[in-house]
Design a protein around this ligand. Sequence first.
Ligand SMILES: C[S@@+](CC[C@H](N)C(=O)[O-])C[C@H]1O[C@@H](n2cnc3c(N)ncnc32)[C@H](O)[C@@H]1O
Length: 254
Amino acid sequence: MINKLQTILWFLKKPQYIPQIVQVLKRRKNATHENTRDEATKWCKENSISQQEALKFLIGKGTFTEFKELFPEAFAFARQQVANCPVEMGGEGAISFLYHLVKANHSKKIIETGVAYGWSSLAILLAIQNQHDAKLISNDMPYIKMNNDDFVGCVIPENLKAKWELQRLPDVKGIPLALKKLNHEIDLCHYDSDKSYTGRMWASPLLWSALKTGGFFVSDDINDNIAFKHFCEQVNRKPVIIEHFGKYVGIIIK
Ligand SMILES: C[S@@+](CC[C@H](N)C(=O)[O-])C[C@H]1O[C@@H](n2cnc3c(N)ncnc32)[C@H](O)[C@@H]1O
């Protein structure tokens, strides 16, 4: 009861996040699909390839240098920021892979959902730092009741922020707004926010419809449930799937 009251109070203090409540309630309708981790993990395992193979297929480059070797200073700064952060947030994903994908795609208009410390934002911003006119819009709502607002994106150094815009909204408001700002035309999308079946099945078609032909739709933690598989079937695409520390990332080309 106290827990529920604290949650209500949190939303009342931050009314911009209230639309997320409706999204969460919608999950009840998809209850059977929401609990499909085992099925999704099996599918991912059976279809995954190495990160090297995936890059060879996607960008024609089969070997890659790790992010921390390419950018030792930025990596050390980020690690220090995480160590100094008083709240624990979602950790780094396959950032070396993401960096090379964005760089090779010469992506200019990028949307990312889910920031937390900002590891993926950092990888994307470093990949576009010398790309004229490039922009990353990241959308994030903080973890409920965790007081992490001030630390969202804390691994990103000041010198990389010129090409970055952070929207602090729930996906349901933030994704349409980001798409509008980019004239409904994007080169790449990295989805790493609402991992529920309901959240993914709502956001994926919207982002996909704005993706340019040849653009990459990158989705994190796709083994959480069967949504990514269902979305691939919906758009009739065979995904590229990679594993990263027991989690899976899916990539579809538009
Ligand atoms: C796994 S973390 C993101 C990690 C980040 N991409 C990285 O590589 O460091 C997920 C983030 O998405 C946010 N999030 C979860 N659901 C969301 C929603 N419905 N709308 C916006 N942000 C959401 C979480 O609060 C958290 O900050």
